[in-house]
Design a protein around this ligand. Sequence first.
Ligand SMILES: [Zn+2]
Ligand SMILES: [Zn+2]
Length: 327
Amino acid sequence: MSDIQPVNEQNNDTIRCRYCGQLNQTRDGGNGQARCGRCRLTLSGEPHKKFAELDKHEYIHPADSRALAALKTIPGIDSALKKLLEVTGESVIRVIFTASAVKVTPKQCPDLYAKLQVACTTLGVDMPELFVQQNPTVNAFTGGVKHPVIVLHSQLIERLSDEEVLAVIAHEVGHIHAEHVLYITAAHLLEALANVAIAAAPIASLVAQILSGTMRAALLAWARRAELSCDRAALLVTQNPDVIGRTMMKLCGGTYASKVDYEQFLEQARDFQKNYDAKALDRFWADIINAGLTHPFPVWRVSEILAWVESGEYGRLIGGEAESAAA
Ligand SMILES: [Zn+2]
Ligand SMILES: [Zn+2]
C-alpha cells in the first residue's frame, strides 16, 4: 500500500501508531485502512495497552501450571534437561540459524523487527533474536536457554496478515515471558526427534539415554498446554480476539483459509468447548505427538481463547471493554 508515509513532525494529517509509536502521515484521515509505515499494522485512534509489570501468573493457563507442576515432580528432571541442553544447547541453536536463516534487524525485514519490538514492549520482555527461515512447514518456535531465539518459517509469514504475524511473534515472546524457554526447547528437540529422518541420527539415542520415557511424555504433555498460555499472551499483545481466531483458522485451514468462513470456524470452536473432555484429550496426546504436530489443535486453542475472553479475565487485564470475538 502506498497511501502512507512516515513523517518527522506532527500535523493535522498525522497519526501516531498505537503499536510502535511511529508518526505517520495519512491521506485517508485514518479511516481504518491505512497502515503504519514502520510496523505495517493498521493505524487507529484506539489505545494500545503496554503492560508495565505483567506477572505471568495473571495469564498462565491452569492446565499449563498443573502439567508443569507434574513435570517438576519427576525425580532428576531438571538435571536431565540441563544435561540434554548442554549437549544440544544454545550455541548449536544459534550457529544453525545464523548459518541457515535470515536474521531480522532494524534494516533486514524492518516491519518484522518492529512487530517484535511491539510484542516485547507490550509484555515487558527483552528483545530476543528473530530469524526467518525458508521452510514449507507452517510453523514458528522459540529455542535457547539464556538467550532465546525466535524462528518464523517463511510459509507462515507469507500466509498471514500483518496483525496475524504480530500474533504469532507475540505467542513466541509469550514463551519467553512465561519462562518456558528451557523446557520448550527440550520439548521441541523431542518433537524434532519424532521425525523419522532425524530419529536415525546419533543424537536420538543420546536423548533416549538422558531422558527417561516418563520425562519425555511429561515434557511433551506440558508443551501442549504451554501453548494455551502463550495464546493468551498473544491476545494481550494484539488486543483483538478475532486476530487470534483468524490466525488459528489459517493454521487449521492452510491455503484454503481464504475460503473458510470465520464465523463458522468460531461456531466449531464453541461446539468443541461444549463437548470438551479433558481426559479423552489427555489420552489422545500421545497420538498427536507421534504425528509430529508441534502446534496442534487450533480449534481447541481457539475454544480456550474464547473461554478466557468470556470469563472476563482478559478484559480485567486489559482494563477496559474487551472486544469480543464475532460479537
Ligand atoms: Zn507502527
Ligand atoms: Zn508455542
